[in-house]
Design a protein around this ligand. Structure first.
Ligand code: ATP
Ligand code: ZN
Length: 414
């Protein structure tokens, strides 16, 4: 291991330390771990350097230049807006410290690659139950139509939505071999003839560089982009259209992956609203109330506050973050997990008319449609649930344990 202390040309105030920490691993794949180094500046502390550990010797000049660029382009321009707490559950915080380790020991969580986990009962039953509760609430309140979409999404749709240039770090593009015999043969030869010291991944990477192309599709990082694409170029036949769907989502979270909280592959239930400005704002706000009631009924501690997305690499990063926080376009439900931390389990988003414009969606009055979405991270939500209520269904609220046990019994009798 090699350690470098990279000094920052411009010091970072502590209020932005979290924003810096969220992005350091995306600066270079060489970084194995890092810590922020603080110093006193007058009465206050600031981040003056980043101490990084790399597996191989690294080009420190380049690392320094990239870290300083990150600080000046994406971190320092962020203005300060106080987080605004709008709701707090009535349940006190209690968490079970070693929940993830016990899930691993009991085979309830099954590691299957970086940022990827398989699951067993009762966790799978819990995820299914929670998903059904969220789906049913959307159907009850808005008559939301249930849809199912593919895991792959045309990359052009992500470009149209702005995702491609706002969050490039997360995207997992689907590649394929050039569709010609010579390419297939060349690929097979390169992979089979590899030097015995070279591992499969390195050989495949090399062969892909020579013989592959982008398929035109990307593993979808969220569900709602499918919905905007479905309505692209159309006029809605109602003031509010609501669609709900569950899908597998993919985000390359670099080394930030962690337990069930942050995965490269996870499941999202989204409820999407498209319609007039008022109806979309109303729908998001009233669905937040539905979710608050669900969290209370599930007996969970938690709160909701304003949030922003981890925009990256775009000259407008800081402006976007500031606008989101100031206009309260995004709220997050934070649920406590062990170690005094909380995880964002649900986000409640409105996008103004930006996606309606990008996808040319109009209201029945021929106005540009507004959009919003509420996104539940099912594994993250269920993980916070077991951290608070334990892994044994006997300790869960009655309605949940009954539903999980009866679905287990139905499965068993099949
Ligand atoms: P975070 O700030 O934690 O990265 P986000 O703001 O990017 O989350 P959204 O894009 O709003 O999250 O996604 C909706 C929900 O999906 C989140 O509230 C969370 O529950 C879940 N989620 C997002 N990213 C992941 C991930 N990498 N692993 C597991 N769940 C995730
Ligand atoms: Zn969404």
């Amino acid at each position: 291991m090699h350690q470098y202390t990279v000094p920052l040309s411009q010091k970072v105030p502590l209020r932005l330390a979290g924003e810096l920490s969220k992005r350091v691993f995306f600066v270079s794949e060489d970084i194995e771990s890092f810590e922020l180094v603080e110093e006193k500046e007058g009465e206050t502390a600031v981040v003056c350097a980043v101490r990084v550990t790399t597996r191989a010797p690294s080009d420190t000049v380049q690392m320094r230049s990239m870290l300083n660029q990150l600080v000046s382009d994406d971190i320092l321009p962020q203005r300060s807006v106080m987080e605004h707490r709008i709701w707090q559950s009535s349940h006190p915080v209690t968490t079970h410290d070693d929940t993830f380790d016990r899930m691993l020991d009991q085979g309830i969580a099954i590691p299957s690659g970086e940022g990827q986990l398989g699951f067993g009962d009762p966790f799978t039953g819990l995820v299914a139950h929670l998903d059904e509760v969220f789906r049913a609430a959307a159907q009850r309140s808005f008559g939301a139509l249930e849809h199912r979409y593919p895991s792959l999404i045309p990359t052009g749709v992500l470009a149209r939505s702005g995702y491609l240039t706002s969050f490039p770090q997360f995207l997992m593009f689907a590649g394929r071999l050039h569709g010609e015999l010579d390419s297939y043969k060349g690929f097979v030869k390169q992979v089979s003839d590899r030097d015995s010291a070279e591992d499969t991944d390195a050989a495949v990477s090399r062969a892909l560089a020579d013989h592959s192309t982008h398929s035109g599709y990307t593993l979808s990082p969220a569900v709602c982009y499918h919905v905007y694409e479905q309505h692209a170029g159309k006029s809605l036949d109602a003031d509010l259209v609501s669609v709900t769907a569950r899908g597998t989502c993919f985000r390359h979270e670099s080394r930030y992956h962690r337990s069930l909280e942050r995965l490269w592959e996870f499941t999202m239930r989204e409820v999407v609203f498209i319609g007039s400005e008022n109806r979309v704002a109303e729908a998001r706000n009233s669905f937040m109330q539905d979710v608050f009631a669900i969290v209370e009924e599930l007996g969970l501690a938690g709160h909701v506050e304003t949030a922003s997305d981890p925009f990256f690499c775009d000259a407008k990063t800081a402006e976007k973050i500031w606008t989101q926080r100031l206009m309260q376009l995004k709220y997050e439900l934070l649920l406590p997990v062990p170690g005094g931390r909380s995880v964002a389990a649900v986000s409640f988003n409105t996008h103004g008319s930006s996606l309606g414009e990008a996808f040319s969606i109009r209201t029945p009055d021929r106005e540009i449609a507004h959009t919003g979405c509420v996104a539940f991270g099912l594994e993250r939500f269920a993980y916070a649930f077991v951290c608070q209520h334990g892994l044994d269904p006997a300790g869960w609220p009655d309605a949940v344990s009954r539903s999980v046990q009866s679905s287990g019994a139905t499965e068993a009798s099949r």
